[in-house]
Design a protein around this ligand. Structure first.
Ligand code: HAS
Length: 559
């Protein structure tokens, strides 16, 4: 009898297992992502030590070079590879059980283009030919090969996006009239946002940086390049955040044993991200001359609009937790807290990300508040802000995802021991980040500039007061590095975990939720609306930048 039961369970498990043809595609992305995280983590630790004057590296490897490697590898490469791997896994799992041939092929083309770009870019940075930080602002100039590497990563990610779109279309064709599963809808929304926003970075790289670095043009229009970068740079942060939200909306409810609060609300939040995350780049340029205040004001208003989908997400997550807790008999305002699975890393890591997103988001609102921005802009406060957002909320959610995703796609088990190690690694990360980020926020308020080498730093009259915070930051950074090492060890252990079945957790929507309006899946409508908003927010200021390019300059040459 027992045996029969086991056999049935095994059959079910086999039926639910991840399609092996897609395993290598997902795994290649995820492992390259964590490789980049490790290398970026080493660069992060070293930049802190070099900056603090604790060590001197051979070959004159300096602070800005290490900071560039740290930013590019962690913020751009780790995130992009992990996101694409995760989205492909969900497309395969949720839409037909396996990827279509076209999607898989496009996924591999994308992977290789991005991998070659990453390798080339990393070599350029490590050989000091691209010490331009992850924002690569003009007039800092890198080797043309660095910009070509960036172009390869962007074009590769476009291919991966086309793969996701093609799989979605294939499923829609075979499931006429049906609403797409929530995960796939969100994956398409994320990649649509990516296609729209990367146009900015592609234009500045192809039209401005490559000709300029090759010596074909002798000038570069700095304002235009910064504007095109930030047209890309802000939606970039939502490209990081949206996959984390996919985990929160779709995976976390299943892990806790609950349901998705509202499918319609989740889709609406993603549509709002598409609409409002692009026309807001000026909130990174509030202190810059050359943009009329009225356009900055407009984009500040739009920035406040893009806070709404995050507030909706907070509401939905509270509702999911509370509904589940109450179904188990929870009482009082926060009684549901004790029914959550605190000892399950699949929940614990993303939950810590959520918790930290409350102060992190509040920091973002301060940044966006025009006048307050003048207090914090270009200080270490901003560095603290993005370490709480991307490096905590997003990173912890991705770590928590990796703990079940890797065994789920490789047919192995997340053992209780590995689960415990995952929780320890998460706690170490949270402790390190709180130490580092709190001191960054505080010293930022005292006026300490960001991205500044210690030697330059000493020229500031207030620098002495900042030194204790520097030390605390270094301590936090070291704790974080320990967490990265633990993570890498855990990943190796996951790859060698006992063979078996690990669930790919996808929740169902609560029975009480309202029906999802079909209009939410009208991609053409949302894409057209975002084009209108972008034209509205950017056309006039962009034309003014070209027109006032400086006495005697020829905008068509200099930009
Ligand atoms: Fe930001 C600068 C404004 C969010 C990343 N941001 C940056 C930079 C990065 C970055 C990398 O307006 C620096 C770029 C550089 O190198 O120069 N940011 C915002 C605003 C938001 C925001 C308004 N940022 C993010 C996210 C990021 C990110 C997300 C990465 C993933 N940011 C700015 C501005 C600047 C900026 C200016 C320029 C500063 C300058 O001067 O240079 C908003 O999207 C934030 C909204 C978030 C919330 C929080 C919602 C809370 C939730 C959690 C719920 C918790 C639960 C658990 C359910 C409103 C969803 C509860 C359980 C309990 C027990 C309580």
């Amino acid at each position: 009898m027992d045996h029969a039961l086991t056999a049935t369970k095994q059959e079910q498990a086999e039926a639910a297992a991840f399609d092996r043809r897609d395993t290598s595609l997902v795994l290649a992305h995820v492992l390259l992502a964590f490789g980049a995280l490790l290398l970026g983590g080493v660069a992060g630790l070293l930049q802190g030590l070099v900056r603090g004057g604790v060590i001197t590296l051979p070959g004159g490897i300096g602070y800005y070079q290490l900071l560039t490697a740290h930013g590019v590898l962690m913020a751009l490469i780790f995130t992009t590879f992990f996101i694409i791997g995760f989205l492909y896994s969900g497309m395969a799992k949720n839409m037909g059980g396996a990827l279509s041939e076209t999607a898989r092929r496009l996924g591999w083309i994308g992977f290789w283009l991005m991998a070659v770009g990453t390798a080339l870019g990393t070599v350029m940075i490590l050989t000091n030919q691209a010490t331009v930080l992850y924002t690569f602002y003009a007039p800092m100039k890198a080797s043309p090969l660095f910009y070509i590497a960036l172009a390869l990563v962007v074009v590769g990610s476009w291919m991966s996006g086309y793969g996701i779109f093609s799989h979605y279309r294939w499923w829609k064709k075979n499931n006429k009239g049906k609403m797409s599963p929530l995960f796939s809808f969100m994956a398409v929304a994320t990649m649509l946002l990516w296609q729209i926003c990367t146009i900015g970075v592609a234009v500045t790289v192809l039209v401005q940086f490559i000709p300029w670095s090759l010596g074909w043009t002798d000038k570069i229009h700095v304002m235009i390049s910064r504007t095109l970068f930030w047209y890309f740079g802000h939606p970039l942060v939502y490209f990081w955040l949206m996959p984390a939200y996919i985990c929160w909306y779709v995976v976390v409810p299943k892990v806790i044993g609950g349901k998705i609060f509202s499918d319609a609300l989740a889709r609406l939040a993603f549509v709002l991200f598409i609409l409002f995350s692009v026309p807001v780049g000026f909130h990174h340029q509030l202190t810059e001359p050359g943009i009329a205040p009225v356009w900055k004001y407009l984009q500040v208003i739009l920035t406040f609009m893009v806070i709404i989908p995050s507030l909706m997400t907070a509401f939905a997550m509270f509702a999911t937790f509370e509904l589940y807790g109450r179904s188990k008999g929870a009482k009082g305002l926060f009684g549901w807290l004790k029914f959550l699975p605190w000892k399950d890393v699949r929940f614990f890591a993303p939950f810590m990300g959520m918790l930290i997103f409350i102060p992190a988001g509040a920091g973002g609102i301060i940044n966006a508040s025009h006048q307050l921005n003048t207090v914090v802009h270009n200080t270490l406060w901003v560095t603290g802000h993005f370490h709480l957002t991307v490096a905590t909320t997003v990173a912890l959610t991705f770590f928590g995802t990796a703990y079940w995703l890797i065994p789920a796609v490789t047919g192995r088990t997340l053992t209780p021991k590995l689960n415990r190690l995952g929780i320890i690694q998460t706690i170490v990360w949270v402790v390190g980040m709180l130490i580092m980020s709190l001191s960054m926020h505080t010293v930022g308020l005292l006026g300490a500039p960001r991205r500044t080498a210690y030697t330059t730093y000493q020229d500031y009259p207030d620098a002495l007061g900042w030194i204790p915070y520097q030390v605390v930051m270094a301590v936090g950074g070291t704790v974080l590095f320990v967490s990265i090492i633990l993570l890498v060890i855990n990943i190796v252990l996951l790859l060698r975990a006992p063979k078996g079945y690990t669930e790919y957790p996808i929740a169902e929507t609560a029975e009480t939720a309202e029906r999802t309006p079909r209009i939410l899946e009208r991609w053409g409508l949302w894409a057209s609306l975002v084009v209108v908003l972008v034209l509205f927010a950017y056309t006039v200021p962009f034309a003014e930048m070209l027109q006032h390019a400086g006495p005697g300059s020829k905008p068509w040459v200099t930009w």
